[in-house]
Design a protein around this ligand. Structure first.
Ligand code: DQA
Length: 146
């Protein structure tokens, strides 16, 4: 099974950015851990990050065209206002899981309390740090083996 993991704006700053919320591990180390876990589960995984909304949308379209089995998507703050991302998720056949390191619903800024992509995604995993990605991968594994 081929999985694409997409990370959006500012996730490249992990480790430096609000470590009390996102943890102290940097982006590379965090994603190495996610990649190793995905491989253990038998997935072939490609992990990408961009600070650009349009690039995320292009990657979703490409994943669909290439027959990627599932996308695990952490869109960063785009979660809260990108209707273009919502429409891209609805527009592709590829199954998309929403993930977040923090639990945006429990954060102090009200703008984080709503996800405009949630309804377009199959499942959401949030608030468990890197565990959110791992839970999403485990969930996919279960879905595919049943
Ligand atoms: C985030 C939560 C978003 O509200 C925030 O803008 C991010 C990261 C998370 O993983 O917890 O950039 O998606």
């Amino acid at each position: 099974m081929r999985i694409l993991i997409l990370n959006g704006p500012n996730l490249n700053l992990l480790g430096r950015r609000e470590p009390e919320i996102y943890g102290e591990r940097d982006y590379e180390e965090t994603m190495r851990d996610v990649a190793a876990f995905a491989s253990q589960l038998g997935f072939s995984v490609d992990i990408r990050q961009t600070n650009h909304e349009g690039r995320l949308i292009d990657w979703l379209h490409e994943a669909d065209a290439e027959g990627i089995d599932a996308v695990i998507l952490n869109p960063g703050a785009l979660t809260h206002y990108s209707y273009a991302l919502h429409d891209a998720i609805v527009g592709v056949d590829t199954i998309v899981y929403e993930v977040h390191l923090s639990d945006p619903k429990k954060r102090k800024e009200p703008f984080r309390h709503h996800s405009v992509i949630k309804d377009a995604c199959a499942y959401t995993f949030a608030g468990e740090g890197i565990g959110s990605y791992k839970k999403a991968l485990e969930h996919l594994r279960k879905e595919w083996s049943s």
